[in-house]
Design a protein around this ligand. Structure first.
Ligand code: SAH
Length: 194
């Protein structure tokens, strides 16, 4: 593994992510929204996540900026990053498949929204966010730069911590007891742990 290959793996991760998401973004435009938690605050959080996971690392990959934050490349670290990136993509694909038309980029309840509690959602209630955390860790492992590597953890972490309890509140308001039971038997991100 070389620094250039590690950067290429990160770019492939982003392309794979885009390809997996595209049909869902297209379909979601056609499914009616019946209830929304989207507002200025959500838009700011989404922009922070996009900046940390996308814009900052892409400027680094394309230009090397900010060079002063570089540190020594370690092949083993990058290999672990590549495996993490692969796991992120597999999980991202599985969660989109399971959520189907119930998915939204923000906090939204769609017409005919169903609560998904099986498959990949059986033991964990936010596996798509687990996939995003894996992206952020893969980024940190693949890019040997303190700023471009860690901006994903910071950007997505902010979105996650400010969003997750509001999302659960929206699900509780919509699905009541069913979601309360589901919460009682699942973890947020990692089975039987958190
Ligand atoms: N937090 C989930 C889903 C992310 S997508 C995960 O990480 O896997 C965000 C949208 O998914 C929200 O608009 C919410 O309405 C919807 N959602 C979250 N959990 C759901 C579930 N178990 N079943 C159906 N829709 C869900």
């Amino acid at each position: 593994m070389t620094p250039a290959i590690a950067k290429a793996v990160f770019v492939l991760l982003a392309i794979g992510w885009y390809v997996i998401r595209l049909p869902h973004t297209r379909r979601s435009r056609r499914v009616l929204i019946v209830r929304t938690g989207r507002g200025a605050r959500e838009i700011v959080l989404l922009l922070m996540s996009l900046t940390g996971l996308g814009i900052v690392p892409f400027i680094y990959v394309a230009t090397g900026f900010p060079r002063s934050a570089d540190y020594a490349f370690r092949p083993m670290q990058a290999w672990i990053g590549a495996v993490t990136a692969g796991a992120a993509l597999v999980l991202f694909y599985a969660t989109h498949r399971a959520l189907g038309r119930n998915w939204s980029i923000s906090l939204e309840i769609r017409e005919g929204h169903r609560l998904i509690t099986n498959g990949i959602y059986r033991h964990v209630r936010h596996p798509m966010y687990t996939a995003f955390w894996l992206w952020a860790f893969a980024q940190a492992l693949l890019l040997p730069n303190w700023i471009a590597g860690l901006s994903g953890v910071l950007g997505f972490g902010t979105l996650y911590f400010f969003r997750v309890s509001r999302e659960e509140r929206l699900m509780l308001d919509t699905f009541g007891e069913a979601y309360r039971d589901y919460m009682a038997r699942t973890a947020r991100l990692v089975p039987w742990f958190y």
